[in-house]
Design a protein around this ligand. Structure first.
Ligand code: 13P
Ligand code: SF4
Length: 310
């Protein structure tokens, strides 16, 4: 792409010309967030995708998010700037293995975190996100055995919060498992007034120390409203952009990873760039396509979630 092109202006032009809506997750790079029509957590993004009347949905996020938008909008074009933008958590639950696991527990119902493939959604009874998981689980009778997939950290956190004993699939997010409690503790000694806030995909020792745990939207809302001046943020770094924008006088410190080579950037989310976004809108490619039978099966548990999350 010609480096003299004003990508922001071009993206705005393409949005209007094509009646396209640009949905972005908080983990996208700041430039993408700034040009988006809506920035949100997985729940907010799914809700926006469910109600939009645009002709084209451009999804600046990862594959499972764009796939969810397509499941909800079979007749719309859904574009993802880089089809390789996957998710380590979604990859940790291959559908054939999960199907066998489910068959071994026929009396259980399946609650799946939205970070999973359409095939896993099709094997699930209801979907949840980190923003509504407690509510979804509490909507299920207490004596009903549950399989929770694919995130074991979120699952363990929910077991603690709801007093359930859900059977957990052994999956995790590569970004949220790199934080070092030791380093956070040292950092807190230098910033004694800083509050640790964490995403529930983090491991238990981090969550125990956190003063607030929530989805990206919930972390942002908390950080803006709360009366502290400093926060240590245990999630992907992209969210710091909105935190800093919405609370410019506060200090947000990314939680330190366990070694100097590791970083809190999601390599999948960060595959999308402003340039790829522009090209994808210009050429209407790459597009998310899916088998109709799979789509219909994956839609049911998403609709159940949206119904409960209204
Ligand atoms: P939320 O934005 O729904 O909290 O999800 C976080 C995440 O890891 C998305 O991949
Ligand atoms: Fe997946 Fe983790 Fe990246 Fe979110 S941050 S897209 S859960 S790998």
């Amino acid at each position: 792409v010609d480096p003299t092109i004003d990508l922001f202006a071009e993206i705005e032009r393409l949005k209007k010309e094509k009646n396209a809506i640009l949905l972005a997750h908080y983990y996208q790079e700041p430039d993408i967030q700034d040009v988006a029509d809506y920035i949100g957590d997985s729940l907010g993004l799914a809700q926006q995708a469910a109600k939009t009347d645009a002709d084209i949905i451009v999804f600046a996020g990862v594959h499972f998010m764009a796939e969810t938008a397509k499941i909800l909008n079979p007749h719309k074009k859904v574009l993802l700037p880089d089809l390789k933008a996957g998710c380590s958590l979604a990859d940790s639950a291959p559908a054939p293995l999960f199907k066998k696991f489910k068959e071994q527990h026929p009396d259980h119902i399946v609650v799946s975190y939205i970070n999973c493939s359409a095939e896993i959604k099709a094997l699930s009874d209801i979907i949840c996100t980190s923003g509504n998981a407690e509510k979804i689980i509490e909507s299920i009778p207490e004596d009903q055995p549950i399989i929770f997939a694919p995130d074991k950290n979120l699952g363990a956190y929910l077991n603690k919060k709801t007093g359930r004993n859900m059977l957990l699939w052994n999956g995790a997010c590569m970004v949220h498992e790199i934080f070092s409690l030791e380093k956070i503790t040292r950092l807190k000694m230098r910033h004694p007034k800083a509050k640790l806030i964490a995403h529930p995909e983090c491991e238990d020792p981090i969550l125990r120390e956190a003063e607030f745990v929530g989805s990206t939207t919930q972390l942002l809302k908390f950080a803006v409203k709360d009366d502290a001046q400093e926060y240590i943020v245990a999630t992907e770094t992209g969210i710091l952009h909105q935190m800093q924008k919405d609370a410019p006088h506060k200090t947000f410190i990314p939680a330190p990873p366990n070694n100097a080579c590791a970083c809190n950037d999601c390599p999948h989310m960060k595959l999308n760039t402003l340039e790829k976004l522009y090209l994808c809108m210009e050429h209407e490619l790459p597009e998310i396509t899916m088998n109709e039978q799979l789509r219909v099966a994956a839609l049911k548990p998403i609709e159940r979630m949206l119904e409960i999350s209204r």
